[in-house]
Design a protein around this ligand. Sequence first.
Ligand code: HEC
Length: 128
Amino acid sequence: MSTSSSTAAERDFKREFIKILFVVFVILLICLSIFFVNHHENNKYIIETLEFNGSVEEGDALFKVNCVGCHGITARGLVGPDLHSITQRLNDKEIIKQVTGGLTPPMPSFEIDPVNMSNLLKYLHSLE
Ligand code: HEC
């Protein structure tokens, strides 16, 4: 009697364990697919941005509207760091990720279309 009830408990335990394992597996699968989708879109955005040959003037105007509050009117730094020679320290991909990613608060993530992102990049390249 006692052995049969213990095997029933064991069977219950196994069933629960398999259920939990399954749920964890599904969650993992969802996380992975979200990661790949995001990754793919991010790359597409970067590729598109790098296809444009931006304009320094347009980028300067964008910078004045969006960035000077933290990086200063001449990009010499305020709350955020000095951005002169930033293009020697970070490559274009890294700068795009910095601007659109929102990975380093308090700097917000910016939703910029590829044309304007390339303008901003061109402006940052002009700040040697
Ligand atoms: C709310 C303030 C704020 C605004 C607005 C802002 N930034 Fe920043 N930015 C920061 C801060 C703070 C950092 C430093 C983050 C860190 O790495 O800790 C930073 C870092 C950066 C870096 C990397 C600097 C380095 O030395 O690694 C770049 C490039 C940059 N910002 C560009 C921009 C551009 C372009 C804009 C406008 C589209 C912008 N930022 C708007 C605050 C801001």
